[in-house]
Design a protein. Structure first.
Lengths: 359, 310
């Protein structure tokens, strides 16, 4: 049950925005649509950091507006349309469920440019962009493998969809690359956001012997739970070290600033073209941040080496041989899994404990 | 063997913790509903209580003052609801929903500056000697103050309703306000008190979340617990004992299914996620399946405004 008062407030804010600051003739007006409250960590927070970066970098040349807590669905189209109507010439829609509304509004506003995150549809004036999140998961797995004493990691996960499964697999592949006997147990909390349940899930995993907690949910509660129980945790989306100074090994964070800046520059120069952009470690969109003081330098060095290998195109998380849980080889030695197979992943690799829930 | 016992103890301790905010919020709502006031704003009152509690604790360093601030914030929210529905006789369902929406927005606004500031969290009591006894120690002496307070509150509410004159008046106001009015009882005053009590416990339940359960503030962190507390009151057919049972059952099944998953049990996570709801509803419906008795228990004037002038 998520009632979205913030949507209404934000809509009011938009309505008031033009009154507050009349747009200069040369200002590029840019709109952002966020799926959740900005908060102090998490998915939306990372987009917000990039927006603030634009305001600073292009001071006086751009005017940005954002609307937070916009539910995916009919309401999203209304908000995107509204932003376009108000003269935003560039609109970033930052959640998967905004894909169809974005394309629809893009067709109605041929003079504006739209950029949609994590989708796969494009139009003449609508591009999309995505991060190879799995690269960060793989590197986090290496850190977990090096730091875990029991060789058992715990993973607090939201829903069994390909995006989440991919992260779990990349994580254990990374962990096994340094500790071949490592395992990861998964607890599904059936919610993207429920701090209480996320904490209990982390504690259940810790009770089963996990000494590194990884998460694919939105609150910082798993990190806090790890801190309270004296085990390690790895943050996701944002640096979560504030919530577990003794637990937080590192976080795999998303950095949208470089991409947003390049889009704005292209739009200003009139060189923008719709494309499907994919970025990862190499492009600086996945950043390992918030290293804890307990992580020794050789582990950081190892991660830096692996990062360099990824940048050089010599290492990919789903690089063969990759074996599924039942022992079947899904990627042959020397081969790399195709982007399409990665996008549709619906099986566990070896090292994940338990069966994947049926959909 | 010892390992199994340890896991069971861990699950039971976590159950008490997960059930406590539900017990607190549901007991308050039960009293409000017994007086004939249906307040759907529990979620909103909890959120405002939660944010008030963490602000006060961060400001003063005292968990006691935090709990007090949460309680008072809940009461303030409840009085807004009381003003609308009791004095101005607005529709209770609509006003309650509005209170929840208002609480979501207000708490997010008040909490803006506190999102980055985790607390240490109120630690469980440690009774020297007793808390260290295996099994019994953690089960009986290893909880935080809120857990014991919620149990004491349960006893007090059960006793108040069943054994006191005040409880009788409360029920009379909820069953037949005109009759209670004719007997000289101030219906509105009773309902204001009951509504405020509901706000106080909802605020305290919120305080439990930010001070103990997940010691930090995050927007909408109640994640629907207010609505579950509301549903518990109905499925418990307005009986405190069943509210307690339902809350712990819900908390217990939630925790148990997480532990099952952690052990790698191959059951669909969707079914496991459903389990707490299904189990709680099933058990409460089965023990209260006599339709006439449910009718007898439901306050006859629930949700109906009272106009003393008529």
């Amino acid at each position: 049950m998520k009632l979205r008062i913030a949507t209404a407030l934000a809509a009011l804010a938009i309505a008031a925005a033009p009154l507050a600051a009349p747009a200069g003739a040369q200002e590029l007006k840019i709109g952002f649509v966020y799926v959740s409250p900005i908060g102090s960590a998490g998915w939306t927070y990372q987009h917000e950091l990039a927006r603030q970066h634009l305001e600073k970098t292009f001071a006086g040349k751009v005017k940005t507006t954002y609307v937070e807590s916009v539910p995916e669905g009919a309401d999203a189209e209304r908000v995107i349309r509204r932003l376009a109507q108000e003269g935003n010439k560039l609109v970033f829609t930052t959640s998967f469920g905004y894909m169809d509304p974005t394309i629809k509004v893009a067709q109605a506003f041929p003079n504006a440019i739209f950029e949609h995150a994590t989708g796969y549809k494009t139009a003449k004036n609508a591009g999309n962009y995505i991060i190879r999140f799995e690269e960060g998961r793989y590197l986090a797995g290496i850190v977990a493998g090096k730091m875990s004493k029991s060789g058992k990691a715990g993973y607090v996960a939201a829903f069994p969809i390909p995006e989440v499964i991919r992260g779990i697999n990349a994580f254990i592949l990374g962990m096994r690359s340094v500790n071949p006997n490592a395992t990861v147990s998964v607890v599904w909390v059936s919610s993207w956001y429920d701090p209480g349940k996320e904490r209990e899930a982390a504690e259940a995993l810790i009770a089963q012997g996990a000494d590194v907690i990884m998460q694919h949910t939105d609150s910082t509660a798993p990190v806090q739970a790890a801190e309270a129980k004296g085990v390690y945790a790895i943050g996701y989306h944002s640096d979560m070290s504030k919530f577990g100074p003794k637990a937080h090994l590192v976080a795999s964070t998303h950095n949208w600033t470089g991409y947003y800046q390049s889009v704005v520059e292209k739009v200003m120069k009139g060189q923008w073209k719709a494309e499907q952009y994919v970025g990862g470690i190499k492009e600086g969109m996945v950043v390992m941040a918030g290293w804890g003081p307990m992580v020794p330098d050789d582990v950081k060095k190892l991660v830096a080496e692996k990062e360099a290998a990824m940048k050089a195109g010599k290492l990919a998380p789903f690089q063969g041989p990759v074996k599924a849980q039942d022992g079947k080889e899904v990627v042959k030695a020397g081969a790399v899994m195709s982007a399409k197979d990665i996008a549709n992943m619906s099986f566990y690799v070896q090292g994940v404990v338990g069966a994947l829930p049926k959909k | 063997m010892i390992e199994i016992a340890e896991v069971v103890v861990v699950i039971l301790v976590a159950t008490l913790r997960a059930g406590t905010p539900l017990v607190l919020a549901a007991l308050g709502e039960l009293i409000a509903e017994k007086s004939g006031v249906l307040n759907l704003g529990v979620e909103g009152m909890m959120l405002v209580g939660a944010v008030a509690a963490i602000i006060a604790t961060l400001g003063t360093g005292s968990y006691m003052l935090g709990a007090l601030a949460g309680t008072l914030a809940g009461i303030a929210m409840a009085l807004v609801f009381g003003l609308l529905t009791l004095s101005l006789r607005a529709n209770q369902v609509a006003a309650g929903l509005a209170l929840t929406i208002f609480g979501l927005g207000l708490s997010a606004f008040l909490g803006l500056a506190y999102r980055d500031r985790p607390l240490d969290g109120l630690k469980p009591l440690a009774v020297p000697g007793l808390s260290d006894i295996p099994v019994i120690g953690p089960l009986l002496f290893g909880h935080d103050v809120f857990v014991y307070f919620s149990l004491a509150l349960f006893a007090a509410v059960a006793w108040f309703l069943a054994r006191t004159r005040g409880g009788l008046v409360l029920k009379a106001v909820g069953e037949a306000p005109e009759a209670a009015h004719a007997l000289g009882h101030d219906v509105l005053a009773v309902r204001y008190l009951a509504t405020a009590f509901g706000g106080a416990t909802a605020g305290l339940a919120g305080a439990y979340l930010t001070l103990v359960y997940t010691p930090m503030w995050a927007d909408q962190m109640t994640a629907g617990r207010g609505w579950i507390a509301l549903a518990l009151v109905v499925f418990a057919t307005w009986k405190p004992g069943r509210v307690l049972l339902g809350a712990y059952l819900f908390g217990g099944v939630t925790i148990a299914q997480l532990h099952l998953q952690a052990q790698g049990v191959a059951v669909s996570s969707h079914i496991l996620a459903m389990l707490p709801y299904v189990a709680t509803i099933l058990v409460l419906v089965l023990i209260a399946r006599d339709a006439t008795r449910i009718k007898l228990n439901a306050p006859a004037a629930l949700g109906k405004p009272f106009e003393p002038g008529r």
